[in-house]
Design a protein. Structure first.
Ligand code: SF4
Ligand code: SF4
Ligand code: FES
Length: 250
């Protein structure tokens, strides 16, 4: 009887400008594997299904517990974290592809810089300079508010929501759902709110919130179940108020 195997079909690319191609891999079955742990096995045994030794498959990972966001990829066509994709729950051959909305560096390894640049553009942080003076007078945050913000704070910048968003792409200007979620989080923070006006202006122009077509794909694929569309609705209201302020107050 043939040994039970785990079968993969992996979309590969030798470099940033290389042409993509498909390669099949098989490995011996053992229980408890996830996609990343299986890729680790294939890295140690870089032999394709035809028995030919090949360049080991490249991918990214770090935490192995769905926290760092690095291992996002398409698993059987679905954007998700490889480390959380249990082999026993997947149909075979397991088809692995890099996310399509970010440039491919090599194989399953992508460059998510566009998303991090967007976080910089919207100042997605709480200012800490002179923090003692600031926080000494900052209002307390109620447990109810904390629990809502906690949901947004779990964003791991994995890019799954960006992949699912029909408005976001390598060449599109749209900032995308994950940075919008972080604008909402940091605007709602008593100290982070000091940058609120600048954040709103950053999402009021081309590529900003009005580019969202409200398809709601983003919220369906987020591994952290972050209520992105609630954030987008709230930011829609905030940008309208800001627009009126810009018109009449200044
Ligand atoms: S609601 Fe739709 S268009 Fe808007 S960010 Fe989410 S997926 Fe993209
Ligand atoms: S909002 Fe969710 S899907 Fe989008 S980057 Fe953050 S964790 Fe990933
Ligand atoms: S390795 Fe960090 S999310 Fe998968």
């Amino acid at each position: 009887m043939a040994e039970k195997e785990i079968r993969f079909s992996i979309k590969r690319q030798d470099g940033e400008n290389g042409a993509p191609y498909w390669e099949a891999f098989n490995m011996p079955y053992s229980p408890g594997h996830n996609v990343v742990s299986a890729l680790m096995y294939l890295r140690e045994h870089p032999v394709n299904a035809e028995g030919k030794k090949v360049r080991p498959v490249a991918w990214d990972c770090n935490c192995m517990e769905e926290v760092c966001g690095a291992c996002a990829m398409l698993v059987n066509g679905v954007p998700r974290q490889g480390c959380a994709a249990l082999i026993d729950a997947l149909e075979q051959p397991i088809v692995l592809e890099p996310l399509t909305k970010f440039p491919v560096v090599r194989d399953l390894l992508i460059d998510r810089k566009k998303m991090f640049d967007a976080l910089l553009a919207v100042k997605a942080w709480v200012p800490m300079g002179g923090s003692w003076d600031i926080h000494r007078h900052a209002p307390l945050i109620s447990p109810g508010e904390q629990s809502i913000r906690y949901l947004f704070s779990r964003c791991m910048t994995c890019g799954c929501c960006m992949e699912a968003c029909p408005q976001f792409g390598i060449d599109s200007k749209f900032i995308g759902p994950a940075p919008l979620g972080q604008v909402s989080l940091h605007n709602s923070h008593p100290t982070g709110g000091f940058f609120k006006e600048g954040r709103l202006h950053a999402i009021m122009g081309a590529g900003g919130i009005t580019d969202c077509g409200n398809a709601q794909n983003c919220v369906k694929v987020c591994p952290k179940e972050i209520p992105l569309t609630d954030a987008i609705a709230s930011l829609g209201r905030q940008t309208t108020v800001q627009w009126l302020r810009d018109l009449f107050v200044k």
